[in-house]
Design a binder for this molecule. Sequence first.
Ligand SMILES: [Zn+2]
Length: 184
Amino acid sequence: MNRRREFDIAFVGLKPGVHSFDYQINDSFFADYGIQDFNNSKVDVKVTLEKNTSLLLLKFDISGKVDVACDRCANVIQKDLWDEFNMVVKMTDEPDIMNEQEDDPDIYYIGYNESHLHLADWIYEFINLAVPGQKYCGENEDDLSRCNAEVLQKLEQMKSSAQAVSSDIWKDLEKLKRDEDNNN
Ligand SMILES: [Zn+2]
């Protein structure tokens, strides 16, 4: 688990009730997590924490922008992020066992002796979930693809020449087989 202190909340010292925290996330945040399939990130994460006796209710509001590459033509496109995620943190004597047994990804257990919540990994996960899985340039007003036509044409050419190469291989294989049969 990522333990960067700026993303830790010392909840023990908080009064019961609702508290808010605000995090500005950019590409440097993701450095510890390896290469992402987006960059130029400017993401605002607002965390609302409701403290109860043995339960913490967390809400993560994600908003911002990231640059991604189009799945079809690799053009760089900016995507708006707009999503929210909830997390319930329960206190228990056996957090490790409880976390192992829990199927609900929105429930997390911590021990009664814990004093801090570590938010970095959740922030990482939720921003990634907020980034659209399908990335596409989209269409213009005339319903025509905004994709880079030149790149698409090159990809088409590469595909058909790859097909030509593979059909040549099959022809060669067939010829080889025929020759073998003739020799027998
Ligand atoms: Zn595209």
